[in-house]
Design a protein around this ligand. Structure first.
Ligand SMILES: [Zn+2]
Length: 99
């Protein structure tokens, strides 16, 4: 059976390449605050513009601006899934690691 990649699936390759690029952007910390005016929320989205300038946004503003950033060819690292992970981690583990 021939399982060569379909050339019409070129978009997938582009997405994978930009996902790899996005993973190389520095991770966000609690000190990174949203760059949107009048917003001081913790940043969970980092965008590196084609100019090389880096901007960070909270989940709310990041998702608002994502289409515009992507349209300008920015590389975007979206760490908002960590918000869900952190919420799950709130459940205290009682019993000293016994399973
Ligand atoms: Zn914000």
């Amino acid at each position: 059976m021939n399982t060569e990649p379909d050339p019409t699936m070129d978009l997938t390759f582009t997405d994978a390449a930009s996902a790899q690029e996005a993973a190389q952007l520095p991770a966000l910390t609690a000190f990174d605050r949203c760059d949107a005016p009048d917003c001081t929320a913790q940043a969970y989205v980092r965008a590196r513009l084609r100019s090389g300038r880096s901007l960070v946004f909270c989940g709310h503003h990041g998702h608002d601006l994502l289409p515009a950033l992507a349209g300008q060819g920015a590389v975007v690292r979206d760490d908002t899934p960590l918000l869900v992970e952190n919420r799950l981690r709130i459940t205290p583990s009682i019993g000293g690691g016994r399973n």
